[in-house]
Design a protein around this ligand. Structure first.
Ligand code: NAD
Length: 357
């Protein structure tokens, strides 16, 4: 029996809706496998700005540091998306959380449930068997470098920076993961143009000498964007920098059928944070149609990675698989073959998974 403290941080928009379902699934696991999960809740993003003026209140950060794992939703609000001059923004909370918790590695498993082969915009014969594990660096690069304006505001700059240490620690995690999978690693950069990428490649090449059992390839980010769609099955583990990883993993979400199917784990020195890869999706907020499988699968990752509860994690994935096999879909993963009565809303999809659990 495990006794663990889990902090629930739903954030904004559909983050609230899907995280509530993810928590119910954690509850069901605790009951089924006789664990004790103790929950607390905290604010981040737009809801935190509204309540405290700060996108990541000190109280939230403290609770995060003191918990065993965080189940996170999303941050963002259209008010800020359309106002580039806003000084306080929800995303600042997210970036500060990653920095403060030392969450330097973002793991994004991209695996297609067989039942969803036809939900993707990519041909089934190209997709079948695709199973990629992305390692996106999360606390460096252009997102965290110096930024500003000059020439009376007419010129803007964002500085990309990486240290050898930052590349090595995520590189090592990716090599170790490749060892437990198909022993293939693809390192993605833009070493033909960028100095940070040349350092990135140098460090990965050096690490490769230590991991001689792993087959390593190097790809440029532009070629990778093409290859992901052309032949996703050629990839096993992919490691890349923050900006490239941000873009490539959204692209790769189409391999899994929808953003609503994908979970991620952000890990590093302390508490791990588990979250859907999607944002707050204000176009569908409050409509009860958001796909909660992103948060349910995030809960599965949490149990596996932070608590080492593999059986429990697999039970969630099997329940999701069973629900999809039964033909149930949320709107984002439904297709023309889906019976109308099988298209479920957020809560009903959660209930279906609970039933199979
Ligand atoms: P988004 O990921 O919120 O949505 C993109 C599209 O996918 C939308 O059409 C949305 O309806 C759909 N979608 C996303 N999740 C879904 C789900 N679970 N079920 C069904 N459909 C789903 O990205 P966006 O629209 O570019 O951004 C909206 C806001 O989210 C912005 O403010 C942005 O800054 C923020 N954002 C936050 C995060 C994060 O918190 N990690 C990540 C990306 C974007």
């Amino acid at each position: 029996m495990a006794k663990k403290n889990i902090l629930i941080v739903p954030g904004d928009g559909i983050g609230q809706e899907v995280t509530a379902v993810g928590k119910k699934v954690l509850d069901a696991i605790a009951a089924k496998f006789n664990h004790e999960f103790i929950y607390d809740e905290a604010l981040i993003g737009h809801v935190a700005i509204e309540a405290t003026g700060n996108p990541l209140p000190d109280e939230t950060l403290l609770k995060m540091k003191n918990s065993d794992a965080v189940l996170f939703g999303a941050v963002g609000h259209p008010k800020y998306d359309n106002d580039p001059s806003a000084k306080v923004r929800p995303e600042q909370g997210l970036l500060k959380m990653r920095k403060e918790l030392g969450l330097y590695a973002n793991l994004r498993p991209i695996k297609l449930f067989d039942e969803l082969l036809s939900a993707s915009s990519i041909k089934p014969e190209i997709l079948k068997g695709a199973d990629i594990l992305f390692f996106r660096e999360l606390t460096g690069d252009i997102y965290f470098g110096e930024k500003g304006r000059k020439n009376n505001g007419d010129t803007a700059f964002d500085v990309a920076e990486y240290s050898r240490y930052e590349v090595e620690r995520i590189g090592r995690k990716a090599f170790e993961a490749a060892r437990t999978r198909k022993k293939k690693l693809c390192s993605v950069d833009k070493a033909n143009v960028l100095e940070t990428s040349r350092l990135w490649r140098e460090v990965i090449q050096k690490l490769a000498l230590e991991y001689s059992d792993i087959e390593v390839e190097y790809q440029f980010v532009d070629a990778t964007a093409m290859l992901l769609i052309k032949n996703p099955c050629r990839f096993d583990v992919v490691v890349t920098a923050n900006l490239f990883g941000d873009i490539l993993t959204d692209e790769a979400s189409q391999i899994a059928g929808s953003m609503g199917m994908l979970a991620s784990a952000s890990i590093g020195d302390g508490t791990g944070v588990y979250e859907p890869i999607h944002g707050s999706a204000h176009d569908i907020t409050g409509k009860g149609v958001a796909n909660p499988l992103s948060s349910i699968l995030s809960a599965a990752l949490l149990l596996d990675i932070s608590f080492g509860l593999k059986k429990e994690s697999e039970a969630i994935i099997s329940a999701v698989d069973a629900v999809l096999k039964q033909g149930f879909r949320t709107r984002d993963i439904a297709d023309t073959n889906t019976a109308k009565e099988n298209i479920l809303g957020t809560d009903a999809m959660g209930e279906a998974v609970l039933k199979f659990l």
